[in-house]
Design a protein around this ligand. Structure first.
Ligand code: 3PG
Length: 218
């Protein structure tokens, strides 16, 4: 197994809930990262859906060396390089075309290409990839689909996102082939806009405590 995956698995064993963050103001980046860290979460995904995302990743990396900070919503090779240039420590994509997939397979940091089916997963598998984002999880079969994947595919693990929330996250985390879950529910846009960092710390804490109720096999 790639060393990248060991690092990712180790981090996720401690902190298996990954907030999927969209930032609209650079000045929110560091206070948000600190609020999540205070709540006990140590892995954050900043989506490249807004203009301030790359700069935000850079600022978070400088201010919060104790966190693992990745870039999400990476759609093409141009943004993949840009994300790495600002210091992203892992890469997430919602799906991947052939060019992006090839580039992801050659990355020197952990990558989580998005897949929604076994065939998409096997395309990455052929390139050596063994960790994927399962997206959008809830409308592609959710827990039942991941259970079915574990029949034929033994050495792959997933991070489901899309419709994952506090109520169902432990159903996913209880699966042997799930190393983490992700979602936006931990970082609601209105709380970020209100700069209500305490409420975000509380949400993070709630997620972490809940995740610790699951016996995980990692
Ligand atoms: C993602 O990119 O992973 C999704 O936007 C997260 O989906 P959610 O909003 O249902 O958590």
């Amino acid at each position: 197994m790639s060393n990248h995956y060991q690092i990712l698995d180790q981090w996720c064993a401690q902190s298996p809930v990954i907030p999927v963050i969209t930032l609209y103001k650079t000045e929110h980046a560091v206070p948000l990262a600190n609020a999540l860290a205070k709540g006990g979460l140590s892995i954050l995904e900043v989506t490249l859906r807004t203009d301030c995302a790359l700069e935000s990743i850079k600022l978070m990396r400088e201010a919060c060396p104790q966190l693992l900070i990745g870039a999400g919503s990476v759609l093409d090779t141009r943004t993949l390089w840009a994300a790495q240039e600002v210091g992203s420590q892992f890469i997430v994509s919602p799906g991947a075309g052939p060019q992006l997939l090839q580039a992801l397979a050659q990355c020197q940091i952990p990558v989580l290409p998005g897949i929604a089916s076994i065939s998409e997963m096997l395309t990455g598998y052929e390139l050596g990839l063994r960790r994927f984002k399962f997206f959008p999880a809830n409308i592609n079969g959710g827990v039942a689909a991941l259970k079915a994947f574990s029949g034929p595919i033994k050495d792959v693990k997933f991070c489901p996102t899309g419709g994952v929330n506090l109520d169902n996250m432990n159903d996913y985390l209880a699966l042997d082939n799930v190393f983490a879950v992700g979602g936006t529910w931990i970082v609601p846009t209105d709380l970020i806009e209100q700069e209500n960092w305490q409420a975000i710390t509380d949400l993070a804490k709630e997620c972490l405590i809940k995740s610790q109720q699951v016996q995980r096999s990692l």
